[in-house]
Design a protein around this ligand. Structure first.
Ligand code: F6P
Length: 548
């Protein structure tokens, strides 16, 4: 049998609270006077209402002790101080330095990284000025109109999330495109709509060794040459962002066209770095700065707010409450803001690549559950699809509902309807609709007893599904930055309590190695005889199809 959590003193007491909560209802907790005021916190333009949770206030106090006993505060200090908390790779974890707006030094290996961060920001700013002024021209002298980001994982998801979140701020004179995966259809759909003479490709790869990005970058360059780009003009069409300058120059990117990032920035935390250069290019440098400021405000809150008011700490603890004490397998993030449509994808990488781990930071097997499956979508779309399972399925799925009070697009009553439904879902999840009420309503409408007996149980919505409301005034650059940073810190808090290194990702490596080997087998000139029959049948079938 698995332990609930590492051996923190408070775990037994938490277990008792969880047993009590299992016999209680969110509705009964919510009836306590003052709970809704006490169980809310505001920071960096976001309000977290965490009152609709299956936990008593005493239980929550015990959860705060869990954070204390797990040393979350000391671990947080170590991260912000640039200690090498990514032990397996011997790296600091300093995405927070990328958005640091104060005058603090941020030291790594005895060196302040802030001058390099500021220098890169000013290079990004100059690049934006040149492109926006129409002075960055292609081989035929025409200004840039299309920007294509070639990158995957952290070199795509955060950028897409931020840029979609900033839709109202996007420039009309530039079009953004993404080439992400190695399916040739992905590249083809972009090549079909861009104009080579006015296209700027950003080869975005921290390592510059990622197969998908390398293959797509090579194909894009070949296509540009075919379209008439003189080789000598490739610097006008290709720039790169990478920590691997040697590989980027070897690919043929002019050194002055390579924006750096550093090994202390994890891929899934890199949208704040030059990896996110597409964001200011497609909006403005000022908007990008506002995004960084919002994230910085959340960093300040995370560092300074007491644990009981600390939004990332509370969200992290509540996630652990359900994962470890109630066996919840997944966590849904439902955005009642269409411009956040890409957010769940970014969260999946941020959370699942960080905390989907089976050993501790010291390499000991964990004997407790770690990161949940993260999923989600935009409201109200989900209400006409998977919300059925949220309301009446057999699994407990905690939900975050993210919503804004005001829209950038004041069309008719749309925003009123949208916000009404965000609140309605929170109410329905938490309180449901019980059988006696359904029976009474059916009887009032004249249903027969047989009908009532058959239908009433099917109509029951049990409720008691935990839901956090995360509300902002409006989805603006600052609130978007704060929102993303909030989840980054939530992931940190959970990793700290589960004793994980949230900043490596060895789990993705085997697939890469096998992918290389199987690629060799699929494309070999001579016959292939693979010992594994299950694999061999598909190798032969593919090779036959391609006449190999
Ligand atoms: O394979 C996983 C991963 O390394 C992610 O962690 C990373 O965000 C992604 O691939 C892309 O990596 P890169 O930016 O080095 O191309």
């Amino acid at each position: 049998m698995m332990k609930i959590l590492p051996s923190y003193a408070v775990v037994d007491s938490l277990k008792q609270h969880a047993d009590q909560a299992s016999a209680a209802t969110i509705q009964s907790y919510q009836a306590e006077t003052g709970r809704t005021e006490r169980m809310a916190t505001t920071a960096a333009g976001l309000t977290l209402d965490f009152s609709r949770h299956l936990i008593s206030e005493q239980g929550l106090n015990e959860l705060i002790k869990l954070a204390e006993q797990a040393g979350v505060e000391a671990k947080r200090t170590a991260m912000f101080a640039g200690e090498k908390i990514n032990k397996s790779e011997g790296r600091a974890v300093l995405h927070t330095a990328l958005r640091h707006m104060g005058d603090r030094l941020v030291m790594v290996d005895g060196e302040d990284v802030m001058p390099a961060v500021r220098d890169t920001l000013s290079r990004i700013s100059s690049l934006c000025d040149t492109v926006h002024a129409g002075q960055w021209t292609g081989w035929s002298g025409k200004p840039v109109k299309h920007i294509v980001n070639i990158g995957i994982g952290g070199s795509y998801l955060g950028i897409k999330t931020a840029l979609d979140g900033l839709r109202p701020y996007q420039r009309k004179d530039l079009q953004a495109h993404y080439v992400v995966n190695v399916d040739p259809a992905d590249l083809a759909k972009t090549l079909a709509v861009i104009d080579p003479e006015t296209t700027l490709f950003i080869i975005c790869s921290k390592s510059f060794t990622t197969m998908e990005t390398r293959v797509n970058a090579e194909a894009a360059k070949a296509w540009m040459l075919e379209q008439g780009m003189p080789e000598a003009d490739s610097a006008r069409h290709f720039i790169a962002v990478s920590n691997n300058i040697a590989k980027a120059t070897a690919f043929g990117i002019a050194e002055e066209n390579i924006l750096p990032l550093w090994d202390w920035v994890g891929g899934r935390y890199s949208l704040w770095s030059a990896i996110g250069v597409m964001i200011p290019l497609m909006t403005s440098f000022a908007i990008f700065k506002r995004l960084l400021i919002g994230a910085f405000e959340m960093d300040e809150h995370f560092q300074n707010a007491p644990l009981e008011d600390n939004m990332p700490v509370i969200m992290g603890l509540l996630g652990i409450w359900y994962s470890n004490f109630f066996e919840a397998q997944s966590h849904a993030v439902l955005s009642y803001a269409s411009d956040l449509d890409a957010f769940p994808g970014h969260l999946q990488q941020m959370d699942m690549e960080s905390n989907g781990k089976r050993v501790t930071a010291d390499g000991q097997p964990v004997d407790w559950q770690t990161g949940p499956v993260i999923w989600g979508g935009v409201g109200t779309n989900g209400q006409h699809a998977y919300h059925q399972l949220l309301h009446q399925g057999t699994r407990l799925i905690p939900v975050d509902i993210v919503a804004a009070l005001e829209s950038h697009n004041p069309v008719a009553e749309h925003q009123d309807w949208l916000f009404a439904h965000a609140l309605a879902q929170a109410q329905a999840l938490a309180y449901g609709c019980q059988e006696d009420q359904i029976r009474a309503e059916m009887a009032e409408k004249g249903a027969s007893q047989a009908e009532i007996d058959m239908l009433a149980p099917q109509k029951v919505i049990p409720g008691n599904k935990p839901v956090s409301l995360l509300i902002m005034d409006k989805l603006e650059p600052e609130t978007l930055g704060a929102l993303i940073a909030l989840y980054e810190h939530k992931v940190f808090v959970q990793g700290a309590i589960w004793e994980l290194n949230s900043y490596d990702q060895f789990g993705v490596e085997l697939g890469k190695v096998l992918g290389d080997q199987i690629f060799e087998q699929l494309t070999a000139d001579s016959a292939v005889n693979e010992a594994d029959a299950g694999l061999n049948q598909w190798l032969q079938r593919y090779r036959q199809k391609h006449h190999r």
